[in-house]
Design a protein around this ligand. Structure first.
Ligand code: IPE
Ligand code: IPE
Ligand code: MG
Length: 245
C-alpha cells in the first residue's frame, strides 16, 4: 500500500469518474454493465475517503451534456442512481456522511430527485464527511445561473454592483458552502475538464490516470493522494515564499 501523510490530506477531492463505457467494451459487455460496475467503484471510493479522513468528496456522476446520450443509457443511469441512493442511505447515515448535490437537480427523473432530497434531509446533521454528487451538472450553466441571480438581486436592491467580487460570486454558485477542491482526479486517460467546476478548480492540483473508473481501487486513490502530497502549491508566489526560506 502507498504511504500517505495523514497530516497533509487534501480537504476536498473531486473526481471525474470516466471510462465506464470503455471498461464494458473491454469486457465485451454493453455500456450499462460498465455503469453498474462503476457504481461499485463509487462505493469503494466513498468508503476509502471516509476511512482516510477526507472532508469533502465531489463525484461527477452525470453532466448536463450527458442528457444527450441515447435514451436507454440515460434511463439506465437514472435507474442506477436511484438504486445507489436506495442502497446507500443507511450506510451514509451509519457512517455519519452528509449527502449533498450540485447541478440542475430539477431535471433529474422524479424518483431520483425525491430520493436524493430525502437522503440529503436524513443526513443533514452528519459531520464526518460530505459526499457531494454532481448531477445534471455543467459549470458554464452554473456560472450563468449565478450571474442571473446576481442581476435579479441587484435589480431588487439586495446587491449593489460595488459588492460584487470573487467571494460574492462564489457565494452564488452551487458550491457556496464548500471549499474549492484541492485535488481533482480524472480516470480513463482523458486530459480534459469537460465543463466541471471551472471556477472552483482555479488552483486545484490535477491528477490524471489511465485506470478506467470501474477498476478504480483504494490503492489508486492513495496513489493520487501521494502524488498530491509531493506537489508544491504556490498560488502564484515563489517557492521561497511558500517554504518560508
Ligand atoms: C463515465 O463513463 C460515466 C458517465 C459519463 C455517466 P462513460 O460512460 O463516459 O465511459 P466512456 O468515456 O464512454 O468510456
Ligand atoms: C464527464 O465524462 C462527465 C462525467 C464523468 C459524469 P464524459 O465522458 O461525459 O466527458 P467527455 O464527453 O469525454 O468530455
Ligand atoms: Mg466518458
Amino acid at each position: 500500500m502507498v504511504n500517505i501523510d495523514k497530516n497533509r490530506l487534501p480537504r476536498h477531492i473531486a473526481i471525474i469518474m470516466d471510462g465506464n463505457g470503455r471498461w464494458a467494451k473491454q469486457h465485451a459487455m454493453g455500456r450499462i454493465r460498465g455503469h453498474r460496475k462503476g457504481a461499485q467503484a463509487v462505493r469503494t471510493t466513498v468508503t476509502a475517503c471516509r476511512e482516510i479522513g477526507i472532508a469533502y468528496l465531489t463525484l461527477f456522476a452525470f453532466s448536463s451534456e450527458n442528457w444527450g446520450r441515447p435514451g436507454e443509457e440515460v434511463d439506465a443511469l437514472m435507474n442506477l442512481l436511484a438504486d445507489y441512493l436506495d442502497r446507500e442511505a443507511s450506510t451514509l447515515q451509519e457512517r455519519e456522511i452528509r449527502l449533498a448535490a450540485i447541478g440542475d437537480i430539477d431535471k433529474l427523473y422524479p424518483p431520483v430527485r425525491h430520493k436524493l432530497l430525502d437522503i440529503m434531509k436524513l443526513t443533514e446533521r452528519n459531520d464526518k464527511m460530505v459526499l457531494n454528487l454532481a448531477l445534471s451538472y455543467g459549470s458554464r450553466d452554473e456560472i450563468v445561473g449565478a450571474v442571473r441571480k446576481m442581476v435579479a438581486d441587484q435589480q431588487s436592491g439586495k446587491l449593489s454592483v460595488e459588492d460584487i467580487d470573487k467571494d460574492r460570486l462564489a457565494a452564488y454558485l452551487y458550491t457556496a458552502a464548500m471549499p474549492d477542491p484541492d485535488l481533482l482526479i480524472r480516470t480513463s486517460g482523458e486530459y480534459r475538464i469537460s465543463n466541471f467546476l471551472l471556477w472552483q478548480l482555479a488552483y486545484t492540483e490535477l491528477y490524471f490516470t489511465d485506470v478506467l473508473w470501474p477498476d478504480f481501487k483504494k490503492s489508486d486513490l492513495l496513489a493520487a493522494i501521494a502524488v498530491y502530497q509531493r506537489r508544491e502549491r504556490r498560488f502564484g508566489l515563489t517557492s521561497e515564499q511558500i517554504s518560508g526560506k
